[in-house]
Design a protein around this ligand. Structure first.
Ligand SMILES: [Zn+2]
Length: 266
């Protein structure tokens, strides 16, 4: 390399180094400035969807106030139903029940059943033990719920279901692990079904016979549970059907409720 060429080479190498330095400095500058556009974006109006999410997710910072608002919205969802019309519908469907006193408002914890009924036997003759203590509007889903149970029992178990065991219905509490969300059980708006006894043969239990979503059910009892789980979700008019796939707290029952979705603060 001639001295002249070496000089040019050094010059271009230095220029390249300088350019790199500018790039590094540039990226450092933009990194330092990064929060600015973020802050500007936060000032923009959130979309209606995001605004709703921010309000409903306010429980992350809130607490008692959020729970009270959530409980009130869920209460109003049930209280707006006409109890007398609903109970007539239960009678017409052949459901055996006794009526509990109506409540005009929830108690101080946000609990209570607006139009309570105690159901001992459903429209297809299924006995519930213990009896279901629920809001009439939830009991009104039993014709569809039992139709699904009986169709799938005939298909997989060779006969109808005569008894459904449950782990309780009414319970004044929050959702397990979500202290700021009132449980639908606190409003008589949920049932936990744990076992299904056919007229002949052994009882099907969620604890023993439920096969997780990713696996193929093989035994008749497993196919029965898979079928009712899927059909209760899509056909029964319930809002939620949660089982062992949901979390460990549901390993031994199917939770069925009619809780209000997408509720908003006034
Ligand atoms: Zn439950």
């Amino acid at each position: 390399m001639s001295p002249a060429m070496r000089g040019k080479f050094l010059q271009s190498a230095l220029a390249a180094l300088a350019a790199t330095a500018v790039l590094v400095a540039g990226s450092a500058t933009s990194a330092q400035k990064a929060p600015a556009p973020k802050a500007a974006a936060q000032k923009k109006e959130p979309s209606p969807y995001l605004a709703d999410r921010l309000r409903t997710d306010g429980f992350l910072q809130g607490g008692a106030q959020y729970r009270a608002q959530h409980a009130q919205a869920q209460w109003e969802n049930l209280a707006q139903e006409d109890g007398a019309v609903c109970r007539e519908a239960l009678k017409a469907a052949g459901i055996k029940f006794t009526s509990l006193a109506d409540r005009k408002a929830p108690d101080t914890k946000g609990c209570g059943i607006p139009h309570g009924v105690m159901v001992s036997q459903g429209p297809t003759g299924i006995r519930y033990s213990p009896p279901l203590v629920v809001d009439c509007s939830l009991a009104a889903t039993l014709p569809k719920v039992e139709a699904i149970l009986q169709e799938e029992a005939e298909r997989h178990l060779g006969g109808p279901i005569s008894r459904v065991g449950n782990l309780g219905t009414y319970s004044c509490r929050s959702v397990r692990g979500w202290a700021q969300r009132i449980s639908q059980h606190a409003l008589g708006n949920a049932m936990d079904f744990s076992s299904f006894q056919p007229k002949r043969g052994r009882a099907v239990t969620v604890m023993r016979d439920y096969v997780r979503g990713g696996e193929a059910p093989e035994k008749p009892e497993e196919r029965f549970l898979r079928a009712i789980y899927q059909r209760l979700w899509s056909e029964s008019g319930l809002t939620r059907v949660l089982g062992p796939d949901w979390d460990a707290a549901h390993r031994d029952h199917l939770h069925l409720d009619r809780g209000r979705r997408g509720w908003r603060f006034p």
